[in-house]
Design a protein around this ligand. Structure first.
Ligand SMILES: [Zn+2]
Length: 277
């Protein structure tokens, strides 16, 4: 299983303005340490898609994640939806955040995940231009109004990594196809909705057809006491806050059941298999 974390805090939402973020209390350190300790206990590694703004304000946390052997990748700088930015704004956002993370860790940043899976075709083109090797932002999801953006990628339904541009690999997020619908199965808010046994059944059936399963989580998915900001709609607030208390235990069970690794480690392993096979 590939284990990924989108490293951002509870207030890093496109619904709250960037200028206001500094007024809110940070809460991500405790759940992030909890995740790091759980991963350490199983000698598992993950890919952390770090928000540039967080790296700027919590550099020691990002350095620690890197020091503990996890891959640092980019989640952009300001958590703005890709399709709401101009090409120039997006280019500056990914360039700035990549540089920031590389200076902090001394390691190359190879991967990117778009805020709220908002990737576009021109976004992928710019990622390639800016020297990224892979993207992990595309998720078929019938409930989020599957947009035009995903229609050009029939490979997405296959659910394994594929070459989306000449020098860019895509690691799509898994979705189950049930009754003609795409139901997200990779983690986050959706992970909290299903009982662990149901989630595991989905993973098992996925692994019969694919080389790996890709999981994602946010630190705030483990934070029961986080302030409530998503009051706007019932479905938003349900998806954001339901089942927070059970996440910790579910991740523990998952780490017991599966060997978890970062995208970087998965690539090394896959390449090794090609070389030796
Ligand atoms: Zn995010």
């Amino acid at each position: 299983m590939i284990f990924t974390v989108d490293l951002e805090d509870w207030f890093c939402s496109p619904e709250l303005s960037l200028a206001d973020w500094k007024r809110y209390p940070f809460r991500l350190e405790k759940p992030t340490h909890l995740l790091l300790d759980m991963l350490d206990e199983k000698n598992a590694k993950g890919t952390f898609f770090v928000l540039g703004w967080i790296a700027e304000h919590k550099p020691e946390l990002v350095k620690e994640i890197h020091r503990r052997g996890h891959e640092i990748a980019s989640h952009g700088y300001a958590h703005r939806l890709v399709y709401e930015q101009s090409r120039l704004e997006f280019k500056e956002d990914i360039r700035h955040s990549k540089l920031l993370l590389e200076q902090l860790t001394g390691s190359e940043v190879r991967g990117y995940r778009a805020p709220c899976f908002s990737m576009t075709e021109w976004g992928l083109e710019l990622l390639e231009e800016e020297g990224f090797n892979y993207d992990s932002s595309l998720m078929p999801n019938s409930f989020a109004g599957e947009s035009e953006r995903l229609r050009g990628y029939p490979n997405l339904n296959a659910g394994s990594s594929f070459r989306i541009r000449r020098r860019l690999i895509e690691y799509p997020l898994p979705a189950q196809r049930i009754g003609g619908l795409h139901i997200p199965w990779g983690g986050g808010g959706y992970y909290r909705l299903y009982p662990y046994e149901v989630f595991r059944y989905g993973v098992q059936s996925w692994l019969k057809r694919h080389d790996y399963f890709l999981f994602y989580i946010h630190p705030y998915d483990l934070d029961k006491e986080q302030p409530r900001i998503f009051q706007s709609t019932w479905s938003n607030s349900f998806r954001r806050y339901y089942g927070l208390g059970g996440t910790h235990r579910k991740i523990e069970r998952m780490l017991n059941d599966y060997d978890c690794m970062s995208i970087e480690h998965y690539e090394h392993q896959a390449l090794g298999m090609v070389r030796h096979g």
